[in-house]
Design a protein around this ligand. Structure first.
Ligand SMILES: CC(C)(COP(=O)(O)OP(=O)(O)OC[C@H]1O[C@@H](n2cnc3c(N)ncnc32)[C@H](O)[C@@H]1OP(=O)(O)O)[C@@H](O)C(=O)NCCC(=O)NCCS
Length: 143
């Protein structure tokens, strides 16, 4: 696990489109995120030279926010998502954040299980937030 850098993006973008269509992040958005070095913390999981996962945290004044968490389909179910999330939570704690939030589709069972196991609890529902009218859940973890 290392820091996500701009040279990983050619591998990240196809995974992003595969996992998050119809609303994947654009290359421009990744560049913008990676450019905000003070408040963002992005990680990449590599297998050899291949990107198999990535995740990012935003450090707001009063809470940290999980911006994204992704594991390539062929590498899912092996604990990588858990390791990426653990690493983001360590970083949030290092920055003195006791509250970490995130937003997830209400129908994303694997992600919801992962977050629940890490102590995240539902605090808010944004009805019809995602394309197709799927609700968004805001989850929060307090430590
Ligand atoms: C959500 C996501 C990041 C989880 O990543 P992952 O690497 O598959 O997660 P993990 O492997 O850590 O955990 C998933 C399951 O695999 C199991 N697992 C962990 N290590 C394992 C191993 N070595 N072998 C087999 N299974 C294992 C875990 O117990 C867990 O099972 P459970 O959820 O039924 O308890 C991934 O599914 C993903 O990228 N989804 C699409 C994008 C997405 O929805 N992102 C979140 C947006 S908010």
């Amino acid at each position: 696990m290392g820091r996500l850098r701009w040279w990983h993006l050619p591998q990240v973008l196809p995974v992003e489109r595969q996992l998050f269509s119809p609303e994947p992040w654009s290359e421009r958005l990744f560049w913008s995120e990676l450019g905000q070095v003070d408040t963002r913390h992005y990680l990449v999981a590599l297998r050899g030279e291949d990107v198999v996962g990535y995740a990012g945290l935003c450090d707001y004044p009063d809470e940290a926010f999980v911006q994204t968490l992704a594991v390539a389909p062929h590498a899912q179910g092996e604990g990588l998502g858990t390791r990426l999330l653990d690493a983001l939570l360590v970083e949030a704690a290092r920055r003195g954040q006791r509250v970490v939030s995130l937003e997830v589709r209400a129908d994303n069972d694997p992600a919801l299980r992962l977050y629940t196991r890490h102590g995240f609890r539902r605090t808010h529902l944004r009805r019809g937030y995602y394309p197709g009218g799927v609700d968004a859940l805001v989850l929060t973890r307090r430590s």
